[in-house]
Design a protein around this ligand. Structure first.
Ligand SMILES: Cc1cc2nc3c(=O)[nH]c(=O)nc-3n(C[C@H](O)[C@H](O)[C@H](O)COP(=O)(O)OP(=O)(O)OC[C@H]3O[C@@H](n4cnc5c(N)ncnc54)[C@H](O)[C@@H]3O)c2cc1C
Length: 495
């Protein structure tokens, strides 16, 4: 089959935009097809967690996004329980409140800078897989469908994914909460704490500032669950908020109000032949903990470099399948955690609310438990399975170490390449000869006997410690992860 492009990405939400930016940067020919005719102006997600900001930092976008939001160093749970995020071992020890459309704007601008081909007004209506490629039917401006051919297709087309449905892939799960009201309002009197949340067992409400004078309000009442299409009134949001938190803080001037239902679902496989799924197309869950957009962006960060390596022909055997092994497991965990948080927030009977609040207080005050919870919610605690006998660092998220040349490690990752990093003198300067397009070798600033190969998505691929590390061992590791030196198909990348 003759391809029009190597990869078609369907859906310009956060997952599709990050993925397309990474593919374009790696020099892969790809097109991002989006059925909307222009960029979305919807708030939807409003929390960006530390691990997502780290992934954006590794692409030079985090500081720009942080400047557009409000950082909150603690996540309030119930009553007086608050999870301290200020001790996260991250450059971003907080959660960032910012509307989803601003995150998408930053992602899209970066993808465009990388030369991405983003086609608005292009709806995918179906696809056919062949052994050597995929044919995708695309409808533009109401014209008859035309066929575009690609080697690979990635469905980042959201919860009702056409790509997933065209594969006939099941999306098993169930509804978890009905008729939650969302509003963006001004307040006459700001709440005493930046992030206010509470529930009585019959009601739940949350208020968080966007930093532009508007606040996101989420409100839910057990006995009042009209259909998703029923209009929302400000009076209804105020009344439920008063019942849950004790005040509506004088909410007025709503600029947007909506109502949503939430399901918990996950596809069994993130890959079917030459078709991959990422983001909400692969998993949806409760909004508790603000995980949806974050998990979607991190799916894309995991997939981009693996798909680029596969298209360019230097991927080690089985690399692309590690996307399923790593991200399906994370998705499963997110479904479990956000489901548990939601049930704890919404479902206890009024009689159990006191016990729930006490438990939340205990969890946030016991350092070991608080650290685990903060790691899970922020994403900083995510790590991937490593083969038996691997170094304990393999599969772990890499810390933002200072390098000998003064850069931070996450700045060095902005080239989109692997990083071979270690204490001064742990490897010869020319150890990565022939890999310049895929690997940067650089010593770190402080003394250490550890050498690590860091993946483009800032997880540790391989590590070794001690005087036993030899240059041939490092060359073997490079050959395993990055193909043969000076592979003709590898193209010069540069984030
Ligand atoms: C009200 C609300 C509040 C939320 N709050 C949070 C939060 O606080 N934190 C959080 O992390 N997450 C939150 N989420 C979830 C978050 O919005 C999603 O998880 C996130 O948008 C998923 O990103 P995505 O790129 O996978 O898909 P989407 O953002 O859904 O993007 C999919 C894109 O595909 C396009 N598309 C669909 N079908 C086609 C087709 N056939 N052809 C071409 N294009 C197509 C769509 O137009 C869309 O642009 C919230 C969601 C909602 C609805």
């Amino acid at each position: 089959m003759i391809f029009d492009v190597d990869v078609i990405v369907v859906g310009a939400g956060p997952a599709g935009l990050l993925l397309t930016g990474d593919l374009a940067e790696a020099g892969v020919s790809c097109a991002l097809l989006e059925r909307r005719t222009e960029r979305s102006g919807l708030t939807r997600a409003f929390t960006v967690h530390a691990r997502t900001l780290e992934e954006l930092d590794a692409r030079g976008m985090a500081d720009e996004l942080v400047a557009l939001g409000t950082p909150l160093p603690e996540l309030r749970l119930f009553a007086s329980a608050a999870l301290d995020l200020s001790r996260l071992p991250s450059r971003f020890p907080y959660l960032l409140i910012t509307p989803q459309y601003k995150t998408e704007q930053v992602l899209e601008e970066r993808a465009t800078r990388m030369g991405a081909d983003i086609r608005y007004g292009s709806e995918v209506t179906g696809l056919t897989q062949h052994p050597d490629g995929v044919e995708v039917k695309v409808r533009q401006d109401g014209n008859p469908d035309r066929v575009v051919r690609a080697g690979w297709i990635v469905g980042t087309d959201g919860m009702r994914s056409t790509v997933r449905q065209a594969l006939g892939m099941p999306f098993p799960g169930r509804p978890v909460v009905r008729s939650v009201m969302l509003a963006e309002v001004r307040l006459t009197q700001p709440p005493p704490s930046a992030f206010t949340v509470d529930s009585t067992g019959d009601t739940f409400a949350l208020i968080a500032p966007f930093g532009d004078g508007f606040y996101r309000v989420i409100a839910w009442a057990r006995c009042d669950e009209p259909s998703q299409d029923a209009p929302v009134s400000l009076d209804e949001v105020s009344e439920v908020t008063r019942r849950a938190i004790g005040s509506d803080y004088g909410m007025h001037d709503p600029r947007w109000m909506s109502r949503f239902h939430s399901d918990e679902r996950q596809v069994p496989r993130y890959r079917d032949g030459l078709v991959l799924l990422a983001g909400d197309a692969a998993h949806v869950h409760s909004p508790a903990g603000g995980q949806g957009m974050n998990t979607s962006i991190q799916d894309a960060a995991n997939l981009g470099w693996k798909l680029a390596a596969t298209v360019q022909g230097w991927a080690p055997p089985g690399l692309l399948d590690t996307y399923q092994a790593e991200r399906h497991a994370v998705g499963q965990q997110v479904l479990r955690n956000s489901g548990a948080l939601l049930r704890i927030a919404l479902k206890p009977s009024p009689a159990l609310v006191g016990a729930r609040n006490l438990l939340a207080l205990a969890v946030t005050r016991i350092p070991f438990l608080a650290k685990r919870l903060a790691g899970a919610i922020s994403g900083v605690g995510i790590s991937y399975p490593a083969p038996p006998g691997a170094h304990p660092l393999a599969g772990k998220r890499v810390a933002d170490l200072r390098l000998a040349d003064g850069r931070r490690l996450y700045e060095a990752l902005r080239g989109g390449r692997f990083l071979l990093a270690g204490g001064p003198g742990t490897f010869p300067a020319d150890v990565a000869t022939g890999y310049h397009d895929r690997v940067e070798a650089t010593p770190i600033a402080h003394a250490s006997s550890t050498v690590a190969l860091i993946r483009p998505d800032a997880y540790i691929a391989w590590a070794a410690t001690g005087n036993t590390v030899t240059a041939p061992q490092i060359r073997d590791c490079l050959a395993h992860w990055c193909g043969s030196p000076a592979h003709p198909a590898a193209q010069t990348a540069g984030r």
